[in-house]
Design a protein around this ligand. Sequence first.
Ligand code: ZN
Length: 476
Amino acid sequence: MRAVLILIDGARVDVFRELLERGDLPNIARWVIERGGLTTGTTVFPSTTGVAYIPFLFGRYPGSVGIPGIRWLDRRGAAGGWRAQWRAARSYCGVQGSLLNSDIAPAPSLFDLVPESIAICTPLTRGLGPNGNRIVLRRAVLGSAAHYLGTYPALDRAVAQAWLETTAEPWRFLFVVFPGVDGISHLTDPRHPAVLESYRLVDRALGAFVAQVRNQGRGEMPDFFIVSDHGMTVMRDHSDTANLLEESGVPTLRHPVHVWRRGARAATMVSGNASVQLYFDPRSGRDRPLTESEIPPVILEQLLALPAVQLAACRGDAGGVVVRTQNGRARLTEALGLVRYQPDRGDPLGLGGDVELDDRDLLSRTRETALPDAPRQLLQLFQAVRAGDLALAAAPGADFRESWEVPEHRAGHGSLIAEHMEVPIAASVALPDAPIRTVDLMPTILERLGVTVPSGVALDGVPFSRIADVMEPLVR
Ligand SMILES: [Zn+2]
């Protein structure tokens, strides 16, 4: 058995469906969806590139392996010398990008468990063999040119070419990443003609790959999985939280040139850019994150009053996670396999009141709300000690970064809102008749490849074939 996981970075599920219905993705329709199906899955919070790849390759939530965002602050390092301070202000967007691999807590990747793996154009490479990581140089050169000049089609074509070249080789798992949809959307709009053309490019690449496999008569077609790591929306309001804090007299540590901010009283670490995590007194050397009552109330209320903020979340004084809106407050806790949502003011997650449910049933319950899977996603984020003292998720149309975002993000992602959390999950194998998450892909692929998860390794996801079983006692 062989499997191919194709990641269309930033693909929106509704755009994907529209193109399919129009007949614009004929190869995906024929070789993937007609053999299996297509569903709307959900990703992780923060819904951003790199962080949201972790579920696919580790079967874990980012918070479970200590990665709270694409930028985060190492509280201890931030109190050190200038070099330590730079390193402590982690950002996987630039030269620190490769640290993502070593920052992820010890856990086997799909590449570790399937040594015959090849990956094309991925920032996550842990566990790949000596020749397993492809187009490394072209990814660096074409990737940075694309970032500034918008030349993503050249990068996507290099991916398609490298993918085609793998047909002559022995492998069991292929991970193929197309960055164009995300990159061009940021510069334009998620429905721009050039973005739609990037979806079609992936379809043509699949067609070429299938034709080559058939020509070679290499027996059965591999299993195909086509996914995205996050959705995307047009951004009208860049509500830069660092600028806002500075204007109200709070010196703020931030990327890229203010990582050495003198007398910093706060740090803002933006992901996506529609989410941000704040760390207070970042030079204190304090390792322990703050809980609700320790967060400066004036700053919290000022942030909650911003139209750009959908909600804020932090660790509760008595454990769990507290969710706040300007007029709302609720607690999230987990015990004995049940997640509990207890609003005491308003209803910040829009669940209609007190709810206590098993994980998968809660996913179903939240699936059609404006904040799908929010309880699980907030709980998983704050498992990470590295997560900020306070996390903000942006409202539709808003993000948290204006200064230094070159070129400007006209569209973005990173929040907990449905348009960012919903992703297409297409597979040439049967899909369960229940909601699924991106974290379910890795266990599904391992099962299809006949690879057993080593004992002692706990995954956050569940193979598709077992999701009906997991649901059964609740459906009863
Ligand atoms: Zn992006």
